[in-house]
Design a protein around this ligand. Structure first.
Ligand code: COI
Length: 350
């Protein structure tokens, strides 16, 4: 792709940002990348100031939710090098999601050349404060118009970025959900479709009203198997074995999830990728063998769960001095931030 046309902001907002108190995903960098699909082809990508967009009320995104996204992070090391973590995985998953939502697949060079150019223009927005990074949000949504329930004829690929700190603060307690489902066989659970997340908001609100922070999703058919933790994959530790469910139609193939599996194995931790049930977790909690439970995803990296509720009972997780969660989080973030060797070849220099 030829060099990307770039229109810079007249006045950068950078000096107004308190990099010590970023929060998560609520402050946006100066620029964004946009690339439109029309007349059957993706056009030229462009970098423009982060700004509102004008769409017709008949754009299909508003009616049928034809929209997908990715979550990635950029890190800056002490030599001011910029790094991404396994970006190819995000690109491949974006197109996997695109296929499932009948969105035209995005050419690889639009994604990579666009992302690299955007990270160059907004390089000063990448935080260097501990625990922070530049959260990257690639999205594709239907701009094509019509009330007919069929795929749109126009789309926009956009990348916006947000300097961000931790996703969660404080302890996380979760409620095992038995009524609502996140996904079903043959559905879109494996795709990063916007609607997958919207569908979680109401059950999560109900859990919050009961004093929990998040919902643990069980399988839609029997509600006996534990599948995901809120918007993250889930891991449990029984005695010294780390367990996570296999990916499926219903479970997102998380980049953090698969990295943790590989790191844990390389650390000599026994890992089982298998289905596990609510009753197995409750039995393990009752007999003291349930040591840990944590969510894993790009935004939160690893988020330890301190207690879980099932029906009308709450179960506390022990507070461990040396948890797998903290070991694995340290290992994965030190690869991401270039403060440790990368034996897996996951780091990608921008
Ligand atoms: C991520 O972990 O990056 C995700 O995409 C989940 C999101 C809802 C914060």
């Amino acid at each position: 792709m030829s060099s990307i046309k770039t229109t810079k902001v007249k006045h950068s907002k950078l000096n107004e940002i308190d990099f010590e108190n970023l929060g998560f995903g609520s402050i946006f960098s100066d620029h964004m990348l946009v690339c439109d699909y029309k007349n059957g082809a993706w056009g030229q990508a462009e970098i423009i100031p982060f700004q509102p967009m004008s769409l017709m009320p008949s754009a299909k995104i508003f009616h049928y939710g034809q929209s997908i996204f990715e979550g990635m992070k950029a890190y800056k090391d002490s030599d001011a090098n910029t790094w991404l973590f396994r970006p190819e995985e995000n690109f491949n998953r974006l197109n996997k999601s695109a296929k499932r939502l009948a969105i035209p697949e995005l050419p690889k060079e639009v994604f990579f050349e666009g992302l690299k150019a955007l990270l160059k223009v907004d390089n000063d927005w990448i935080p260097t404060t501990a625990g922070s990074s530049l959260y990257i949000r690639p999205i594709i949504f239907a701009t094509g118009e019509g009330f007919h329930a069929s795929p749109a004829d126009g789309y926009r690929f956009l990348i916006a970025t947000a300097p961000s700190g931790p996703y969660f603060s404080g302890k996380v307690s979760v409620l095992i959900e038995e009524k609502y489902s996140r996904s079903a066989n043959g559905g879109v659970g494996y795709a990063k479709a916007g609607g997958n997340y919207a569908g979680q908001f109401y059950p999560t609100q109900l859990a919050i009203e009961r004093g929990y922070n998040q919902v643990i999703w069980t399988d839609d058919n029997t509600h006996e198997y534990i599948e995901e933790a809120g918007a993250m994959n889930i891991f449990i530790r029984i005695d010294d074995t780390l367990i996570t469910g296999p990916t499926s139609d219903r479970i997102l193939d998380g980049v953090t999830r698969k990295s943790i599996i590989d790191i844990a194995k390389s650390e000599g931790i026994a890992v089982e990728v298998r289905k596990f049930t609510v009753s197995e977790v409750i039995d393990a909690s009752n007999n003291g063998s349930l040591k840990e439970m944590f969510g894993a995803g790009t935004a939160a990296v690893i988020s330890p769960i301190s207690s879980f509720g099932f029906r009308d009972q709450d179960y506390d997780l022990p507070e461990l001095e040396k948890s797998y969660a903290s070991l694995l989080k340290e290992k994965v973030t030190s690869i991401q931030t270039n403060t440790a060797d990368d034996p897996f070849g996951w780091r990608f220099k921008v």
